[in-house]
Design a protein around this ligand. Structure first.
Ligand code: FES
Ligand code: FES
Length: 155
């Protein structure tokens, strides 16, 4: 049994310790926000926060997570900071098909937690591991910049 915190609640997983966190989240916990894109750590569609760090869940074995704090978009959706990002992503037209969006939002959260007033360059760098086939990235960068000012004081 692996005990860890998932979206602010203690949970247990009986999965094989070598199972990918992405599969455990989706299949065992029904959390479908993290998506499988590449399955190889290259696209960021499966990104979650582990102990506050942005991590691709397709690369993490559940057995390594004993005592860790895992946050997926489902847990993050309950925060005020999410509301700000949801709003600015909508205003900037940063969501098209939506496949990359949960990972992008988690990347934005990780960035804004460590840097409340990022430059456009820093935002580009922070989402450089997250692929988007639809938006050309400019709208996503604009949305995160807008969130930094509209959510001032929240991060
Ligand atoms: S599915 Fe994990 S990084 Fe692409
Ligand atoms: S909105 Fe479609 S992949 Fe980003």
């Amino acid at each position: 049994m692996i005990d860890f915190e998932l979206n602010d609640k203690m949970v247990q997983s009986a999965a094989d310790p070598s199972s990918r966190l992405l599969d455990v989240l989706r299949k065992d916990f029904g959390l479908l926000g993290p998506k499988e894109g590449c399955g190889e750590g290259e696209c960021g569609a499966c990104a979650v926060l582990i102990d506050g760090k942005l991590i691709n869940s397709c690369l993490v074995a559940i057995g390594s997570l004993s005592g860790a704090k895992v946050m997926t978009i489902e847990g993050y959706q309950r925060t005020k900071r999410y509301e700000v990002l949801e709003n600015t992503f909508a205003k900037a037209g940063a969501v098209q098909c939506g496949f990359c969006t949960p990972g992008m939002i988690m990347a934005a959260e990780a960035l804004l937690t460590r840097n409340q007033n990022p430059t456009l360059e820093e935002i580009r760098e922070a989402i450089s591991g997250n692929l988007c086939r639809c938006t050309g990235y400019n709208m996503i960068v604009a949305a995160i910049k807008m969130a930094a000012s509209e959510g001032e004081g929240l991060w």
